[in-house]
Ligand binder design. Structure first.
Ligand code: GMT
Length: 381
């Protein structure tokens, strides 16, 4: 595509998959010459670039004594109208349905009163559908916002299926898989770094998440506990969130605090993953599991549940193993069998890397560009 576009990207700025995908998509688009305007309530956590093609617009919600609940969606809507008008955006791409898609639909209607027609692309990421979407108090708004978007994408086939199952969707939903920038992943172990965390004979297991209930972090600890009874190993827990304390308490109860390190939030997860042998993701639900893909790009095998879109990422018996949610025994058994057989472990590590390469961003980015181009060309007709 040769047409350079001005693209508004709305996302959550926090430590979470949808924000990471949105930020990396924006950066990749800017590198292809598009002008990208990020709109969020805080600087997206992976947005640390200085470029004439990247702009960040902060949405602030003024304090007002009358507001028991601050109307963030209205401030976001006003900001979208303002940025679209003054930066002359060609397209708005919103990540996560709540409240971004409905704010964008509203902004589109306001912009129409100025004689401006701006197409909206909504990308569904997971919990906006699988958790919040199923909450009856949100359902009508989500359904409306999806149906009123000009294009809708989902990050996995499974999420598309779930969306069509739970909502009355009249729009087509296109699956565009999540992606990674393979050049960030070196697959080369930093021996000095590894030695800081584990002895030579010990394996390193890792978990990275926002420690919400859906991640089942206590399962991570229970799996590791069983593994470490049979195999010398250390566990690195990266991230933070509401379930962290429970996971720490469980480690104390099990007497494994010396083997488990809670490192908190980290920006450079590639470094941690490069020294990891096994990545554990026992989520209750996961529309895609971007972090599993990041682990695989670092040549790390994945022990995960089979929920949601995970089987599209982690191929059972090739790049790792899948288990039913909560089946801690099987997940531990699978990890032990891999760590007991170096030849198989290395084969799985190579498979993981090969599969991750299919999700490198040059393979995925053109799919988003085609969606934008199609919508923009319809407006020009
Ligand atoms: O996984 C999270 O807790 C964060 C959440 C988000 O929306 O930020 O992630 C969702 O979107 C990611 C990017 O598309 C997916 O890789 C995750 O699987 C999905 N999380 C869930 O479905 C639980």
């Amino acid at each position: 595509m040769t047409n350079k576009l001005k693209i508004g990207i709305v996302c959550y700025p926090t430590y979470g998959g949808s924000g990471v995908v949105a930020t990396e998509l924006g950066i990749a688009l800017s590198e292809k010459g598009h002008e990208v305007h990020f709109i969020s309530y805080d600087q997206p956590f992976r947005l640390d670039l200085f470029s004439d093609k990247i702009y960040y617009h902060e949405v602030s919600v003024p304090d007002y004594p009358l507001f028991e609940y601050a109307p963030y969606e209205l401030n976001l809507t006003s900001k979208l109208v303002d940025v679209a008008l003054h930066e002359k955006l060609n397209i708005l791409h919103v990540h996560y349905a709540i409240p971004h898609a409905s704010a964008a639909v509203n902004a589109k209607q306001i912009l129409a009163t100025y004689g401006i027609n701006i197409p909206i692309v909504t990308t569904l990421h997971g919990t906006d559908i699988t958790l919040l979407g199923k909450d009856k108090s949100f359902k009508p708004v989500i359904e409306y916002a999806i149906n009123m978007s000009d294009a809708v994408t989902a990050v996995s086939e499974d999420l598309k299926k779930e969306t069509l199952k739970y909502f009355n969707i009249k729009n087509e939903i296109k699956t565009i898989s999540n992606f990674i920038d393979m050049s960030l992943y070196q697959q080369k172990e930093d021996v000095k770094l590894r030695n800081q965390f584990a002895k030579k004979a010990e394996f390193i297991l890792t978990h990275i998440s926002n420690f919400r209930k859906v991640k089942r972090v206590e399962d991570v600890i229970n799996i590791f506990n069983k593994v470490s009874e049979e195999i010398p190993a250390k566990l690195l827990m990266i991230g933070d969130g509401p379930e962290r304390l429970k996971a720490e308490q469980l480690c104390r109860q099990l007497g494994i605090t010396k083997k488990v390190k809670f490192l908190g939030k980290l920006k450079v997860i590639e470094k941690v993953l490069s020294i990891s042998d096994v990545f554990i993701l026992p989520s209750e639900t996961e529309s895609f599991g971007l972090v599993a893909l990041e682990a695989m790009a670092s040549k790390t095998v994945v022990i995960s549940t089979n929920s949601g879109g995970l089987p599209e990422v982690n191929i059972d018996g090739e790049t790792g193993y899948l288990s039913d949610v909560g089946d801690v025994n099987k997940m531990a058994k699978d990890a032990i069998s891999l760590l007991n057989n170096i030849e198989t472990l290395n084969r799985f590590k190579n498979n993981a890397l090969a599969h991750a390469k299919a999700f490198d961003y040059p393979n995925i980015l053109p799919q988003y560009e085609a969606v934008y181009q199609n919508l923009v060309s319809k407006i020009k007709e």
